[in-house]
Write a protein that binds this ligand. Structure first.
Ligand code: HSE
Length: 431
């Protein structure tokens, strides 16, 4: 008679929006998961902060407030960390590795800050660390970068990786609403959290950019090395200016290898992109990421970047992968940071600016403005001037130049007496 296969034991830490869906899918898909893995998978315990809350589909007997006790029980094969934040998640993950378990997490903030520490702990204990759900929710993106593109050279990753801010910008675009009004709508519909800081100030997207850049370029990129600007300063005027010029505004995460290949950059900021660009049609809370690789060319990944059920799909995929490794032997790819490329500051990023100004309408003003660009070594791509009640509205789009030169140009323009107002300043991407 065949020997009965020992069920794999899974400890779930956190049972919120994503964790509860992980528990539900583990139960409803139990037979399929067992067949795909080659062994049954059991929920050994669910660590929560509020044990009295009713959690549909979760056996109350499994619920505990003792997360540390659960991960160090000795019989746990996989710890699924769905708590988020730095502590206690970091200590619990380290304890999981020390106790021989593998880890699946969606914790982007922790990975962007302490990824190398976690990789080292996994390596030391011969365990797996999977985190597909940390970037772009349900969209398979990290595994394609780590595995499918492992033989190629990725030069650029550009995308919309935060659904909340994409929803806000989309509403501003479609309804003409200001930022505050669009944020209120996002909150009312449950897209934005009560404290929306992590999303609207770009922290969430910056953590994702750090993870993406690290994997894409085989180099370490820390959260602090990602230039970050959120959407709180985007105005209805910016959106209107973009629309006038056949563009739209998106919050982009952009990770690039420098042209000489000797350094990389990672940044998150609002940018104008042409309406014809595929990212322009990414609406609502969806995410989409372009990957440009030397041999593969341009690849686009698109889908739901947030939400309990979609994100749980990515977690379950990781759970199956690590359980298969436990059953059949082998390990997840570890950290690949051999390239050790330096991360350049924002000032060295080569980009383009859209600049809309209200200026005095008299002879020499256009020449005076043009001279400011020339003085900073910035070449102008296009200029559009329209009359407006004794003033002129001037829209300049530059050629590519280092961000530091573009920023100095804007500062000098602001100082001109003939410039009455700065209507909109934004980087232009995707052209
Ligand atoms: N809050 C994120 C978003 C999802 O709005 O896309 C989790 O990273």
């Amino acid at each position: 008679m065949a020997e009965r296969v020992r069920p794999l034991q899974v400890a779930l830490l956190g049972c919120g929006v994503v964790g509860s869906q992980v528990a539900r899918l583990m139960t409803t898909h139990a037979a399929d998961l067992a067949a795909r893995i080659g062994a049954p998978v059991e929920l050994a315990g669910v660590a929560v902060r509020r044990p009295d809350k009713v959690r549909e589909g979760v056996d109350p007997e499994l619920v505990t407030t003792d997360a540390a006790g659960l991960v160090s029980r000795g019989d746990i094969d996989v710890v699924v960390e769905m708590i988020g934040g730095i502590e206690p998640a970091r200590s619990l993950i380290q304890a999981a590795f020390a106790n021989g378990a593998s880890v699946v997490t969606a914790n982007k903030a922790l990975l962007a800050k302490d990824g190398p520490l976690l990789y080292a702990a996994a390596e030391k204990h011969g365990a797996d660390l999977y985190f597909e759900a940390a970037v772009a929710g349900a969209i398979p993106l990290l595994r394609p970068l780590r595995e499918s593109l492992a033989g190629d050279k990725v030069n650029r990753v550009l995308g919309i990786v935060n659904g909340t801010t994409n929803f806000i910008l989309d509403r501003m675009e479609s309804s003409g609403a200001g930022y505050g009004e669009a944020l209120s709508e996002a909150t009312a519909l449950g897209y934005a959290e009560a404290d929306p800081t992590a999303d609207v100030e770009g922290f969430d997207a910056a953590a994702k950019a750090a993870i993406l850049a690290g994997i894409a370029f085989h180099t370490r990129v820390h959260l602090d090395e990602v230039h970050r600007e959120g959407v709180t300063e985007v105005t209805a005027a910016d959106i209107a200016c973009a629309r006038d010029m056949g563009r739209t505004v998106k919050l982009l995460a952009i990770c690039e290898r420098a042209e000489d290949g000797r350094s990389v950059t990672a940044r998150v900021h609002p940018a104008m992109i042409p309406l014809s660009h595929p990212l322009a049609s990414v609406r609502g809370a969806y995410n989409a990421v372009f990957v440009e690789a030397e041999a593969a060319g341009r690849l686009m990944f698109y889908g739901p970047g947030a939400g309990g059920v979609p994100t749980a799909s990515a977690v379950l995929g990781d759970l199956v992968a690590t359980c298969r490794n436990r059953v059949g032997g082998g390990r997840a790819p570890g950290e690949s940071a051999y390239a050790r490329l330096p991360v350049s500051p924002m000032g060295e990023v080569v980009t383009r600016y859209h600049i809309s100004l209200d200026v005095v309408d008299k002879p020499g003003v256009l020449a005076q403005c043009a001279m400011v660009f020339a003085d900073h070594g910035v070449s102008i791509d296009s200029v559009r001037q329209t009359g407006k009640d004794g003033e002129a509205s001037l829209i300049v789009v530059t050629h590519r130049a280092p961000d530091a030169a573009l920023a100095s140009t804007v500062a000098a323009l602001r100082r001109l007496d003939t410039v009455h107002g700065v209507v909109s300043i934004m980087r232009v991407e995707g052209e």
